[in-house]
Design a protein around this ligand. Structure first.
Ligand code: NAP
Length: 315
């Protein structure tokens, strides 16, 4: 994370996420470089996005909403995608009020037909996009035991988190290649780096699938100047974690800091944006996998919090 990620007002509820971010040695190097060159924070973001078209999914709330606000402020032309039109309209008004450019493109990303229409609309009205941010997502927290008669949960999560992203990305990347380049930013979860997350099998599998897709797609499209970035997002205080009581008391990153990780990905275009705790847990996963598995298994026995409320299957 670089200066684009520096949050002026630190949220005390962030706990170790805030000081943990400072452990990244590359952050200090980038800060020093930024101080020397003067290319920091808002200026670096403006240089990266001004006049560029950025499509952001999941823009109606949480990390996506905050990312859109700051992209608009930095002079990007933003295409706002999510289902709730009223939320998107409100956000677009706010962006325009600050002198930015925003377009509202409501779409249910679980529908292949709706995505195909969205792509056609983008081609007709905007001549493709320079940056695609796949941020829309849905999480589910449920043990395998409680999932035996709810296998559709796995399909639902996959439909949005994996197929939704792929259905949008493949045609837009084809356009990027034809236009001479572009950038895809996927918002994943630190859970994929951590690897052992009881109750999150459906969610983590869908995010890991996007990772695997990206690792294969990136070398295919590299010569055509398409770059891919995965943001391994830690726990962030958004609507997504509200239903999980266990997270109410847990330290969570602020939405501003979460958005800063996405913006850092857009500015620097690295392969991955990660919190130092994510890198550490990825290393631990490689070195002591059984111990991690055993440690995490102990959390299943504890009745810490109810799981995601069981909704009736969709008709
Ligand atoms: N919060 C965390 O702790 C955390 C941790 C790791 C990773 N992440 C990832 O960060 C991303 C953003 O999540 P968030 O925390 O900001 O959650 P959020 O506030 O719940 O936002 C989710 C966004 O996804 C959109 N969305 C959901 N279903 C959709 C659908 N069928 N079609 C189109 N859009 C849809 C929602 O908009 P509509 O309801 O208007 O459609 C909303 O804008 C997600 O990919 C999530 O997996 C979050």
């Amino acid at each position: 994370m670089e200066e684009t990620t520096t949050v002026a007002n630190r949220d005390p509820g962030e706990g170790p996420w805030a000081w943990g971010a400072e452990l990244d040695p590359m952050l200090q190097v980038r800060r020093a470089r930024g101080l020397l060159t003067g290319r920091r924070g808002e200026r670096a973001l403006r240089e990266a996005v001004e006049g560029r078209t950025v499509l952001l999914t999941g823009a109606s709330s949480g990390i996506g909403r905050e990312t859109a606000r700051r992209l608009g402020h930095a002079g990007a032309e933003i295409l706002l995608v999510a289902r709730r039109r009223d939320r998107l309209e409100e956000l677009a008004e706010e962006v325009r009020g600050q002198g930015g450019t925003a377009h509202v493109l409501p779409c249910d990303l679980t529908s292949a037909d709706a995505i195909a229409e969205l792509v056609e609309q983008i081609r007709a009205d905007h001549d493709g996009v320079d940056v695609l941010v796949n941020n829309a997502g849905h999480s589910i927290r449920r043990t395998l035991e409680r999932s035996t008669d709810r296998l559709h949960d796995f399909e639902r999560v996959m439909e949005l988190n994996y197929f939704g992203a792929v259905r949008l990305t493949v045609p837009l990347v084809a356009d990027m290649r034809a236009r001479g380049g572009g950038h895809v930013v996927n918002v994943s979860t630190m859970g994929v780096q951590f690897g052992y997350e009881p109750r999150f099998a459906a969610y983590l599998a869908s995010k890991a699938a996007v990772d695997a897709f990206t690792r294969s797609a990136a070398p295919e499209t590299r010569r055509d100047h398409v770059r891919w970035t995965t943001v391994y997002m830690p726990l962030v205080r958004t609507d997504m974690i509200t239903p999980t009581k266990a997270f109410h008391r847990a330290p969570a990153m602020s939405v501003e800091r979460g958005a800063s990780m996405v913006l850092d990905g857009i500015v620097r275009r690295p392969v991955r944006v990660t919190h130092p705790f994510g890198t550490m847990s990825q290393a631990a996963q490689l070195v002591i996998p059984r111990r991690m598995e055993a440690a995490m298994s102990r959390t299943v026995g504890r009745r810490r919090a109810p799981e995601t409320a069981v909704a009736p299957p969709a008709a």
